[in-house]
Write a protein that binds this ligand. Structure first.
Ligand code: PLP
Length: 422
């Protein structure tokens, strides 16, 4: 069933909700998500995850709205967090601590203590200094059981994605180089406060071919076998996330596709299954990316001898992906017209030339006051927004069984002002 489509009157509908009608009743810009699409993406992952022992987690960073966390939780996913803030949200949403992994290159001592107190599944350690600090903290906390941890290894694999979302190359800040990690496993194996029993890897995001994963699988396989030769047994592998989504697709069908997921993940998992170790994955974008739209209004149309600009009320403060990674998002009108297509730049109100949602894009000739939807905005959208130019964080809505729920109210200027000393 199509989730995003134009209805018989040519109005864009998300799960049967006419978005133009809704936009007329609320302030733009806003994010709106389809709960059905998130469920569908989760089910695709779960259906393909059998018959392996695969423990799926949700990378909370992709979208930490509690309503979204609860959908993913209800589908049986664990959580991958990268800050005490994300851990707090995951726990408050109801994730059980044993299903939470904590990653990130710069955990503070306070964050580690909080995670240990909560009894989470494991901490993914990214440097020798961090490991030493963990051992010190664990000793001081006089725990009954040792703290479970994984080392994040850096396999030096090129994920063939944008450099800003590549994380498994040796030039990246993430993980520990293989030989160093190997020594750490040997040196810390008998520590009474630490159970260094897992390997974590995450090579990057928006990956759309099986090769980088296959290369990683071969690397991990060898790593585990080499450790076995030294009598070090790895008890779990956390394989990170990174499955890309189709940002090109105009309308529907952009969700995580089973065949595509199987093509990318199966060879990877098949190879690692031979090791007979429980496997975790941490998916973000592929669960929520296709479920979200950013709806924005054309404030002004400016024509110059060189360009036509659609100046809209959403900017890089709301969706930074185009400015930050030159990311492509489809932009479609809420009301489909048969007016001719023209080349435009869709730009925001922020005082930066990098404030754009699309450049040189063919869009129908529209008028001021018309609405546009930016698709594929469910992941790394609202969560990367800011108050730059003192613009408020915008509202988020969720369609749930044909009802539209406010799941995050729009920030008021008074909310921001209240945080300052006047
Ligand atoms: C450690 C880790 N795991 C999982 C993810 C999720 O990646 P994706 O949203 O591409 O699935 C990320 C994203 O940056 C990450 O850093």
């Amino acid at each position: 069933m199509n989730i995003l489509y134009y209805n018989e009157n040519n109005f864009l509908s998300l799960e049967k909700t006419d978005l133009s009608e809704f936009s007329n009743t609320v302030e733009t810009p806003f994010y709106i998500y389809s709960s059905e699409e998130i469920r569908r993406n989760c089910e695709t992952v779960l259906e393909r995850s059998g018959p392996f022992d695969l423990f799926p987690c949700y990378a909370v960073k992709a979208n930490y709205n509690p309503a979204i966390l609860k959908i993913v939780l209800e589908k049986g996913f664990g959580a991958d967090v990268v800050s005490s803030g994300e851990l707090y949200f995951a726990l408050k949403a109801g994730f059980s601590p044993e299903k939470i992994m904590f990653a990130g290159v710069g955990k503070t001592e306070a964050e580690m203590r909080y995670a240990i107190e909560q009894g989470i599944h494991s901490l993914n350690i990214e440097s020798e200094s961090e490991l030493k600090l963990l051992v010190k903290i664990a000793g001081e906390m006089k725990l009954t059981d040792p703290v479970r941890a994984a080392l994040r290894v850096n396999p030096d694999v090129d994920p063939q994605t944008h450099p800003y979302i590549s994380t498994g190359l040796k030039s990246n800040k993430f993980g520990i180089a293989g030989d160093k990690a190997f020594d750490l496993f040997l040196n810390y194996r008998r520590n009474q406060n630490l159970s260094l029993s897992g390997i974590h890897v995450h090579i990057g995001s928006q990956i759309s071919s099986p090769e980088p994963y296959l290369e990683t699988a071969a690397y991990l396989h060898k790593f585990v076998m080499d450790l076995r030769k030294k009598n070090v047994e790895i008890e779990f592998l956390d394989l990170g996330g990174g499955i890309g989504i189709n940002y090109e697709q105009q309308i529907d069908g952009s969700g995580t596709d089973k065949t595509y997921l199987n093509n990318i993940l199966n060879p990877f998992l098949e190879k690692l299954k031979e090791l007979q170790i429980p496997l975790f994955i941490e998916l973000g974008r592929s669960l929520v990316g296709s479920a979200g739209l950013l709806v924005t209004k054309i404030l002004y149309i400016k024509k110059t001898p060189h360009k036509t600009f659609y100046i809209v009320d959403a900017g890089m403060n709301n969706l930074i992906r185009p400015s930050l990674y030159d990311a492509h998002h489809q932009i479609i009108p809420l009301h489909k017209t048969d007016s001719r297509e023209i080349k435009v730049d869709v730009v925001g109100p922020v005082c930066e030339s990098s404030d754009f949602l699309a450049k040189d894009r063919l869009l129908p000739e529209l008028k001021e006051g018309d609405y546009l939807a930016v698709t594929g905005a469910g992941a790394y959208g609202q969560v990367q927004s800011s108050n730059y130019n003192l613009r408020p964080i915008i509202a988020e809505y969720l369609i749930e069984k044909e009802e539209i729920k406010t799941i995050h109210r729009r920030q008021r200027i008074e909310d921001i002002a209240a945080q300052y000393t006047w």
